[in-house]
Write a protein that binds this ligand. Structure first.
Ligand code: JB3
Length: 219
């Protein structure tokens, strides 16, 4: 274990991932939190941003033995984020949520374990962000919305009230979703799309108004 981590384990958070999303999450980490990032794991030793590189994920058991108790998975790909989250909890690590200082989270909203509410994002009254979900920079999720586990609401996307987004779904940058719409598990809403009808699970919709991409276009 690196000298940089020694002595910080009890309140330290190991960031799993060391790419662009990890750099964004470490940057947005709340300054006054008792729990602070102490290092990151990933494939490329040269990619780590503001925190030390601690090795690949095979370094995690050693960190747990050394007393690290908390982790945060900072990987954009939903399936990989979910797999790494399971791996972390299997090691006994607790997945902690990230709520940026400049984010606005309603008193009645719920932020799941390992979920991220990044800079200037807004989570409205009685809205729920599932485990490992990402509410990215400047995105807004309004009252009574549900964003499923490991889903991603990309920067500047806006969900009106009572929208539901399924697990692993992606709401692309700058997209808008009308009130009451349901976006299915694993669905993809393209950048800038305006969604006025439900989006079936596993489908991709683009445009204004948003329409399904022909299957061949996705291949
Ligand atoms: O659009 C925005 C604002 N952010 C995007 C984010 C949500 O998703 C960002 O632009 C990227 O599209 C993506 O960020 P991410 O996942 O950081 O992508 P990338 O910059 O390609 O970095 C992926 C990192 O994951 C690499 O540094 C790899 O080392 C690391 N990685 C891949 N597999 C892994 C594993 N790290 C660990 N610990 N374990 C793995 O199995």
């Amino acid at each position: 274990m690196t000298q940089a981590v020694r002595g910080q384990t009890a309140h330290g958070v190991v960031i799993i991932g060391n790419g662009g999303h990890a750099r964004s999450c470490v940057d947005a980490w709340p300054v006054a939190s008792d729990l602070q990032p102490i290092g990151c794991t990933g494939h490329d030793p040269d990619e780590h941003g503001e925190v030390p590189y601690l090795g690949g994920d095979d370094a995690l058991p050693g960190l747990v033995r050394a007393g690290v108790r908390h982790a945060f998975v900072a990987i954009g790909t939903p399936g990989l984020r979910a797999r790494l989250a399971r791996g972390a909890t299997d090691l006994g690590l607790e997945l902690v949520p990230l709520v940026a200082d400049s984010a606005q989270v309603a008193r009645t909203a719920q932020v799941g374990p390992g979920a991220a509410v990044l800079r200037s994002a807004v989570l409205g009254a009685y809205a729920r962000l599932g485990e490992g979900a990402i509410l990215n920079t400047g995105a807004t999720v309004d009252h009574d919305c549900t964003v499923g586990d490991f889903a991603h609401v990309a920067p500047g996307a806006h969900l009106a009230g009572t929208v539901t987004v399924g697990a692993h779904a992606l709401i692309g940058v700058g997209a808008s979703i009308r009130p009451g719409i349901a976006v299915g598990d694993g669905a993809v809403v393209g950048a800038g799309a305006v969604v006025v009808r439900d989006v079936p699970a596993g489908t991709t919709v683009v445009g204004n108004p948003a329409r399904p991409l022909p299957q061949k276009a996705i291949a």
